[in-house]
Write a protein that binds this ligand. Structure first.
Ligand SMILES: Cc1cc2nc3c(=O)[nH]c(=O)nc-3n(C[C@H](O)[C@H](O)[C@H](O)COP(=O)(O)O)c2cc1C
Length: 216
């Protein structure tokens, strides 16, 4: 009798464990294929690139987000190299996505969003109100653990330069696709780090809200 009870208890525990796993997986977002062809000629996108702070709160579709993230730091070669260069190929910058439905980490190798939190962290992503209300806020995070063999000054320098490449790709994608964006340094980075639950070696560098332009 005791053996049967034990068997039932173990089976129940396995079922509960499996359902938790299913729930956790369901929260990740498998992004649709990015649109990698066509689009606006580069010189026209450069002519249109600008910072825009008048963002609509309207949601940005997963299709647009997919292409935006691929432009930001997606893989563009079979060996895993990216649309942006990175110092010593450390790939030390991660792009997090803050939306009303939570915080996600963009995984370029899987081209998906891994859910990190279900909380809305956008109120912590910038001192200006339009940042906190943007439908998508990209958060650029350097992981110093991946740059561990470099002197501290180089780590700081490369964290900034590598983020700049990503941000400019986002600016150009937005210019070419009638989206509004601005890169943001006015943010309490330590507080955001805490709200995101980042590790000791991870550091917020900049944030960048993206949305459809508000039409008055
Ligand atoms: C590193 C960096 C940090 C910035 N931080 C902010 C910011 O916190 N808030 C903001 O509204 N704009 C910010 N900007 C945007 C600049 O104000 C903007 O690029 C500049 O005014 C030139 O305008 P443009 O981008 O339209 O050419 C930042 C730009 C850079 C490069």
């Amino acid at each position: 009798m005791k053996n049967i009870q034990l068997l039932i208890a173990i089976t129940l525990l396995i079922c509960i464990g499996m359902s938790f796993q299913v729930l956790a997986e369901e929260k990740n977002i498998e992004l649709p294929e990015a649109q990698k062809e066509g689009g606006m000629p580069l010189m026209e996108a450069l002519a249109l690139r600008r910072s825009q702070r008048n963002l609509s709160e309207e949601a940005v579709s997963d299709q647009i987000l997919s292409s935006l993230l691929w432009a930001a730091t997606g893989e563009n070669r079979p060996n895993g190299y990216r649309t942006v260069p990175s110092a010593r190929n450390w790939r030390g910058i991660d792009v997090y996505v803050a939306r009303p439905d939570g915080l996600f980490l963009y995984q370029p190798d899987k081209h998906r969003l891994l859910q990190i939190k279900t909380d809305d962290v956008r109120p912590h992503t910038g001192g200006q109100e339009f940042v906190q209300k943007a439908p998508v806020v990209l958060i650029y995070v350097a992981d110093h653990a991946r740059m561990a063999d470099a002197p501290p000054e180089a780590v700081k320098f490369y964290s900034a330069t590598d983020t700049g490449f990503i941000s400019q790709n986002v600016y150009l994608f937005c210019a070419a696709n009638d989206l509004a964006t601005v890169v943001v340094g006015w943010v309490d980075k330590e507080n955001l780090k805490k709200e995101m639950g980042l590790s000791e070696t991870q550091h917020v560098i900049l944030t960048q809200p993206v949305g459809h332009p508000a039409r008055d």
